[in-house]
Design a protein around this ligand. Structure first.
Ligand code: ZN
Ligand code: ZN
Length: 150
């Protein structure tokens, strides 16, 4: 697939997260896994979300229950892992009742047999974008020229 990857890496979906979703490649960092999991939410790949979730933390319920219109992902911090544990802080923007909402989370990951798995995350307060940041809506324009509500 030639479309830009929803994870915002700048690459095509086929060269980026699709390789993880189809298990042709394994995410080598927690950040890569985080991006591919966000991307799985966007494309509706429930199986991948389950596979990349640590078995001790994985919920029983279907993971994608509605079709949330995701707008974009921004990685805020991905510090070097401590042994086999890592955290990734991110904001994911989505549309809710016509407004832009966000999920700001610090996710925790564990490496097991050389593979990274998501465990759980801490929800953090919403962030405020600076006027010169790229807009939350994914338009690529500066926020001050686009959605003031971000
Ligand atoms: Zn991607
Ligand atoms: Zn916008």
């Amino acid at each position: 697939m030639d479309a830009a990857c929803p994870c915002g890496s700048g690459g095509n979906y086929g060269d980026c997260c699709q390789r993880y979703h189809t298990h042709q490649a394994t995410a080598s960092t927690a950040e890569q896994l985080m991006r591919s999991r966000y991307c799985a939410f966007v494309v509706g790949d429930n199986r991948y979300l389950r596979d990349s979730w640590h078995p001790d933390f994985r919920p029983q319920d279907p993971l994608i229950s509605d079709d949330t219109p995701w707008l974009g992902l921004r990685i805020l911090a991905a510090p070097a892992p401590q042994a086999d544990a890592a955290t990734v802080e991110f904001v994911a923007f989505y549309r809710q009742q016509g407004r832009v909402a966000q999920l700001h989370e610090r996710s925790r990951f564990i490496r097991m047999d050389g593979r990274w798995y998501y465990t759980e995350g801490d929800q953090l307060p919403a962030i405020k974008l600076a006027r010169n940041d790229r807009c939350c809506c994914g338009s690529g324009r500066k926020q001050k020229h686009c959605h003031a509500e971000c």
